[in-house]
Ligand binder design. Structure first.
Ligand code: MN
Length: 250
């Protein structure tokens, strides 16, 4: 059958990108390939959403999608949660905040499944009225190292997953070893979210919206763990769960 509507077994999943200038000053859409490969490996087709696209086009694009992945990246503007900027704030993009706030709102309206990764979990939390710890190393005493750049697939630290949560069902357990490339964390929870995993230092590592709709946020980077034997199985399951939910939502 022609058209996206006839391809329910291979759903389209929207995925948010950043913009960046290359060494010659040429503006580019910027998105680690690992996000696209992880979505494809789970059986869906990624549709890239870029900062600066018109609201009407974003709505039209998401109208053809059955799921949404909010990706990692720079910090959400602290003004979005009513705070002055800490000196460590990096990579703020008003256009990207605008894109993702609008995408979250559209996904909510459509009952669309959402997988929110790293910055994605933070922007989801802020969009729902929550706030962030602006800089873990300087603001959280006794915190573990959460900015561990290599190896990208991890592990950097463990997380304890809340028994009975959707996440525990997905990863089939209550302990996951994860990578960690973030200097911020959730402070006050957004409306409708519950904490489903923490690191040993108390830092929130996963959230979800209880109920039927699939809304899962993780502070780690499953897209870089996916496909790695011995460490990536929980990440493979996360993307598979999103795509399963997208198929039921399509
Ligand atoms: Mn971490």
């Amino acid at each position: 059958m022609a058209g996206y509507g006839g391809e329910l077994s291979v759903p389209l999943v929207g995925v948010t990108a950043a913009t960046a200038s290359d060494s010659r000053g040429v503006e580019r859409a910027s998105l680690n390939l690992s996000y696209l490969r992880a979505i494809e490996a789970a059986g869906a087709v990624p549709l890239v959403l870029t900062p600066g696209m018109a609201r009407e086009q974003l709505e039209a694009a998401l109208g053809r999608c059955a799921g949404l992945v909010l990706t990692g990246g720079g910090d959400v503007a602290p003004e979005r949660y009513g705070q002055a900027r800490h000196e460590s704030i990096i990579g703020v993009s008003a256009a990207r905040d605008t894109l993702e706030f609008a995408a979250i709102e559209a996904a909510e309206r459509a009952g669309m499944p959402v997988l929110a990764i790293c910055r994605g979990m933070q922007v989801l939390n802020v969009a729902l009225g929550g706030s962030l710890v602006q800089d873990i190393p300087s603001m959280v005493e006794g915190a573990l190292a959460h900015s561990v750049q290599e190896p990208r697939h991890g592990p950097a630290h463990g997380v304890e997953v809340e028994a009975g949560s959707r996440l525990a069902g997905i990863v089939a357990g209550t302990r996951v070893e994860v990578n960690s490339r973030h200097h911020q964390a959730i402070e006050r929870l957004g409306e409708g979210l519950v904490v489903t995993a923490r690191a040993a230092d108390g830092i929130i590592e996963a959230v979800e919206a209880p109920g039927r709709r699939f809304v899962v946020g993780v502070q780690w980077h499953p897209e870089d763990m996916a496909g790695h034997p011995g460490i990536g199985e929980s990440a493979d399951r996360l993307f598979a769960a999103l795509v399963d939910a997208a198929r039921s939502n399509a």
